[in-house]
Design a protein around this ligand. Structure first.
Ligand code: ZN
Length: 222
């Protein structure tokens, strides 16, 4: 048992996101398209996985090695929720691919992540064996958490008071975002503007995914 599940290769990388992960030349337009795709995926998957329990964190990795490409990790607050999610996800499809869900020993994403990638850039590139966690703007993270509690008010009682350790983690996440903004060479103000723009794009994308849902089913039993 574990609170964390690994969903192998679930994120369908786009050509833009592969180029960015590979450190190929990129421009703002490519970056925006890759981010919009990622954020739409993040929102959709977070809210679906939140139906099984209260989520502490969800990450998508940028690594390209065979065993890590497209990997998604979801950490629930409670082991029994992870267990329920594992049961429910088994045999289901996302975007036409069978979901491969399993328990993982990764329990602390901060421990498992690549420090170099997190802080600036990693010389090992996309084939590094430590987690290169894709950047999700704080505005998106706040939004999905808010929507999770709107959809499932019953979760609120369960983890009523945040522990000191969780609060420290939140602070750390703020720092994450700031350092990543620097990495992309944008100041904070500009980044906030970007966050808003990509949220709007994200919404538009979800609308188109939802239309497709009718046709081939978001989570269809196999
Ligand atoms: Zn690395």
């Amino acid at each position: 048992m574990s609170q964390t599940l690994l969903l192998s290769h679930m994120y369908p990388n786009t050509p833009e996101s592969l180029a960015l992960a590979n450190d190929e030349p990129w421009d703002d337009d490519m970056y925006d398209r890759a981010q919009a795709h990622l954020e739409a995926f993040y929102v959709e998957v977070f809210l679906e996985l939140a139906n099984y329990g209260e989520i502490e964190d969800l990450v998508v990795v940028d690594n390209l090695c065979d065993h890590m490409i497209g990997n998604v990790y979801v950490k629930y607050y409670h082991e029994e929720d992870a267990e329920r999610a594992l049961m429910k996800l088994t045999g289901r499809f996302y975007s036409g691919k069978l979901i491969q869900a399993e328990y993982t020993t990764v329990s602390d994403f901060r421990e498992a992540r690549c420090r170099a990638f997190h802080e600036t850039r990693c010389n090992r590139g996309a084939y590094c064996n430590f987690m290169h966690i894709k950047h999700i703007p704080r505005a998106i993270k706040r939004r999905v958490v808010r929507e999770m509690y709107d959809d499932h008010p019953e979760y609120l009682g369960q983890t009523a008071k945040k522990s000191k350790k969780d609060k420290e983690k939140d602070r750390d996440r703020d720092r994450d975002r700031r350092s990543r903004s620097r990495r992309r060479g944008k100041d904070k103000k500009e980044k906030d503007k970007d966050d808003k723009a990509s949220m709007v794009q994200g919404r538009a994308m979800i609308a188109s995914w939802n239309a497709e849902k009718e046709r081939d089913g978001w989570f269809r039993h196999g």
